[in-house]
Ligand binder design. Structure first.
Ligand code: C5P
Length: 228
């Protein structure tokens, strides 16, 4: 089989509270989006990395993507939700990919992804009948909130995982799943709705999603430490 990556980057990043979409905020001397694209384009088994931009994106052209260009495909087909952006990209890719080809969907906002994490995911799932995702076992005790910011219940953390990306599924299955269940917040959720059980591949906390302003400093530390 062949392997492809899709990076949805058509969000507005409203929780970051910045003037520009978060994927274009500066992080370790590059726009945030650069880091995940650079990592995925270095993975030898991934033939092509498709970045999904909003049709109204005004920021992409401001940066130099030439060093990554050889394995990058830019699709200005972003939708109003993450799942919509991914589904639109899959529709374009279906024109020249086979239904059995593997697609790894990765958040632009997980800038600290490493090649080793991606290699591990591909290695673990290349013969899997369903596919799966990187995820991290929950370390903290979990509380469900009730009224007035008070604890309503303690939830067992046993067998609980935080879903990360990349999430890796075959193109045909993923298209079918997202068509049937367009409201999901990750690809695995759509595949689960078909009655299938994606595999959880343990990853670590460095593959966190940059969501709030304070996340930028932590990601910068991680990226700079690695480049030393
Ligand atoms: O907002 P959140 O951090 O959950 O977004 C996850 C990823 O999905 C980000 O990379 C974001 O740019 C992308 N996204 C998208 N199209 C949307 C909304 C989010 O590509 N309409």
């Amino acid at each position: 089989s062949r392997f492809f990556a899709i990076v949805p980057a058509a969000g507005s990043g409203s929780r970051m509270g910045a003037k520009r979409p978060k994927q274009y905020l500066e992080l370790a001397g590059r726009p945030m989006l650069w880091h995940a694209l650079a990592t995925l384009t270095r993975v030898s088994r991934i033939e092509r990395v498709c970045v999904v931009l909003s049709p109204e994106d005004e920021w992409w052209e401001e940066f130099d993507w030439q060093p990554l260009a050889e394995r990058l495909q830019v699709l200005r087909v972003g939708g109003s939700t993450r799942a919509g952006s991914v589904a639109n990209a899959l529709r374009v890719l279906a024109a020249d990919l086979a239904a059995e080809d593997w697609v790894l969907v990765h958040d632009a906002a997980r800038a600290c992804l490493t090649e080793a994490q991606v290699d591990g995911l591909i290695e673990a799932l290349a013969d899997d009948p369903v596919g799966g995702l990187l995820a991290q076992p929950v370390a903290d005790t979990l509380k469900r909130s009730g009224a007035d910011g008070r604890v309503a219940a303690t939830v067992s953390r046993e067998a609980m995982w935080q879903a990360q990306t990349p999430q890796m599924f075959r193109l045909g299955l993923l298209r079918e799943a997202l068509q049937a269940k367009p409201g999901v917040t990750d690809e695995a959720g759509a595949v689960e709705a078909l009655g299938l059980c994606p595999r959880l591949i343990a990853a670590d906390a460095t593959n966190f999603k940059l969501t709030y302003p304070q996340d930028l400093a932590l990601a910068e530390l991680i990226l700079r430490a690695r480049s030393e």
